[in-house]
Design a protein around this ligand. Structure first.
Ligand code: GAL
Length: 354
């Protein structure tokens, strides 16, 4: 057996598995299409997204975009995330990019960033998120950069954000710098783009709480602390839906899942409501941790998709994804029990598998 071509699995085995999976799925897809059409799911037969399962890319390899984020450019969704493949060069942290037109089928584009360990960048690169700046035309990636303080040993001490840029979405990004936003510690980060196009960086600051920062005009630095929520939350994400902002995050339990929570506000600056669980607390967010809330603005409706990671601490490359459409509105947000679902990215409609 040839070991470890991607993420510790064999590509050939993946190919065979993808073929085997394709056969029994066909009758189901037909049924789901019929059901979908019956409920006016008109823009073609959507593919099923299956939370928690292996998610093969166009090459049949499990997608490596952990702790990731989505950037929508025209009709194309780009998914950026941590590439935890075991065959990445030693001492190099990689970010991969995939593209899709339907959020279900993903084409591997490029390992867009390969960052070697150094004093400035440490040895930890997590949760990359990419913004597109329409004024400069640049794609700007933020990421959590961490490692020991210079001359020390240990893990998450630098607590910085890193910034890299590129002229195209899926090209080779150039690492520019790392810093603490407005001098504050920053570990888990998230991204939010408001309906007016303003870009925000979400950041966990251990001594103080949870920041929503506005980026500078060129997106290369952090300009303003729009809100500090005095809660210790990681995997932070924000969405604006039907006149309300919803913020979501996990408690601090490392790779282990915990009950993720949400709060709402009329303005990003707050005041924010009390935090509530997004799912029954004993379910621990169905084993996942939030990374992004993706709003699909469709011709018929808007949907919000919870994007989470099901981390496998000892085999990070095999970590899974839990994406589900949220039940959201009127200040309430609920993550349904995971099962197969489909989205029509044109109309914005989502359908759960029967
Ligand atoms: C989690 C965090 C992950 C990673 C992990 C390391 O809380 O969300 O991105 O940093 O801790 O233990």
């Amino acid at each position: 057996m040839t070991r470890d071509t991607q993420g510790g699995f064999e590509v050939e085995a993946w190919g065979i598995m993808a073929k085997l999976l394709a056969f029994p799925m066909k009758p189901f897809l037909l049924l789901s299409c019929a059901a979908a059409l019956a409920s006016s799911f008109t823009a073609g037969c959507a593919e099923i997204i299956r939370p928690g399962e292996i998610w093969p890319d166009d090459r049949g390899r499990h997608i490596q975009a952990h702790g990731g984020g989505i950037l929508e450019v025209g009709d194309v969704f780009y998914w950026f995330g941590e590439d935890r493949s075991t065959n990445n060069p030693r001492g190099v942290r990689c970010v991969s990019c995939y593209s899709s037109g339907n959020l279900a089928d993903w084409t591997f584009r490029n390992q867009v960033l390969k960052l070697a360990d150094s004093q400035e960048t440490g040895r930890i690169l997590e949760r990359p998120k990419v913004f597109h700046n329409s004024k400069t035309g640049k794609f700007v990636m933020y990421m959590h950069i961490d490692g020991p303080m210079p001359g020390e040993s240990g893990g998450y001490k630098l607590a910085r954000v890193g910034v890299a840029t590129c002229d195209t979405a899926a090209g080779d990004y150039k690492f520019l710098t790392s810093f603490r936003p407005l001098g504050n510690e920053s570990r888990d980060i998230g991204q939010f783009i408001d309906d007016d196009g303003t870009a925000y960086l979400i950041s966990e600051d251990r001594p103080n709480g949870f920041h929503i920062y506005k980026l500078s005009e060129d997106y290369l630095s952090v300009e303003k602390d729009v809100c500090l929520i005095r809660e210790h939350l990681e995997g932070g994400a924000v969405v604006h839906y039907d006149g309300l902002y919803y913020v979501i995050g996990s408690h601090l339990s490392g790779w282990k899942a915990n009950p993720n929570v949400y709060a709402t506000a009329k303005s990003l600056a707050g005041p924010w409501s009390e935090f509530k669980n997004i799912a029954p607390p004993e379910q621990n967010t169905y084993g996942s941790q939030s990374t992004m809330l993706l709003k699909i603005t469709g011709t018929k409706t808007d949907s919000v998709i919870f994007m989470g990671d099901i981390w496998k601490q000892h085999t990070l490359w095999d970590s899974r994804y839990l994406w589900m459409p949220l039940e959201i509105g009127g200040g309430q947000l609920r993550l349904p029990e995971p099962h197969g679902w489909a989205v029509d990215v044109k109309t914005g409609e989502t359908h759960l598998e029967k």
